[in-house]
Design a protein around this ligand. Structure first.
Ligand code: ZN
Length: 233
């Protein structure tokens, strides 16, 4: 895969030595065109950026070097750790987003994204449970990459987590908040935000906030998959 590096963003800070890269955050740009998105990600006044940008044709730009901190995650928290910018790589996918004309991601985008994640996972020893969406780590503020993003496809290649089957918790309190916390979500936020973010990622067809037995089972199954994966590292 050819990574284009003729455009760079001035929006970055220096990664401190102790801050290792262990997470990948997937975003959408929320802008209509690729040019507009690149322009914004490189605009010093916008104060936002990402390490990589993938357009609708699957072309990949590197805007910020991996070793620098790009400004893509903002206020964020996962597994009790704040400010994910410091320890992550941000990848922006061109998509108009929820406020415009939210579209399916293209096959070419997925192909390039999968290739890029494979390289990054190998290079930085990133485990699949650390490949997350922006809405997972900032559920009160963000919707991207959203319910049209196909996490299951990534998981098939071991690039993200997806439960192999839906199981029912045995002899345990059927407490969705507990399972969401086990996955990594910040349960100090309003629970509705977390449920929405969880469903966007793992139950994408369900836009409601409803919690029933099936949703609890899915949350439990996802949390078990995350725990299993974490124990491998
Ligand atoms: Zn984002």
């Amino acid at each position: 895969m050819n990574i284009i590096s003729n455009i760079t963003s001035p929006n970055f800070s220096i990664r401190k030595d102790k801050e290792v890269i262990d997470t990948i955050i997937i975003h959408y740009t929320g802008m209509n065109s690729s040019d507009e998105a690149i322009h914004r990600l490189c605009d010093p006044n916008a104060k936002v950026s990402s390490h990589y940008f993938i357009n609708r044709n699957g072309l990949v730009w590197q805007l910020v070097e991996d070793r620098k901190v790009a400004w893509h995650a903002g206020v964020s928290k996962w597994l009790g750790r704040k400010n994910l910018n410091e320890t992550s790589i941000g990848i922006e996918l061109c998509n108009p987003g929820h406020y415009n004309n939210y579209s399916n991601f293209t096959n070419k985008q997925y192909k390039s994204l999968e290739f890029l994640i494979k390289i990054l996972k190998q290079k930085y020893f990133i485990s699949s449970d650390r490949v997350l969406g922006h809405s997972d780590i900032a559920p009160n503020r963000k919707k991207d990459p959203g319910e049209k993003f196909n996490w299951k496809r990534l998981a098939r290649e071991n690039l993200a987590i997806w439960p192999k089957k839906i199981i029912t918790p045995k002899n345990q309190k059927r407490d969705i908040e507990h399972y969401l916390q086990q996955i990594g979500y910040d349960v100090e936020l309003n629970l509705n935000y977390i449920i929405r973010a969880f469903k966007r990622h793992f139950v994408p067809r369900d836009k409601s906030l409803l919690i029933n037995e099936n949703i609890v089972n899915i949350a439990y199954s996802v949390s078990e998959e995350f725990k299993k994966n974490r124990s491998l590292y």
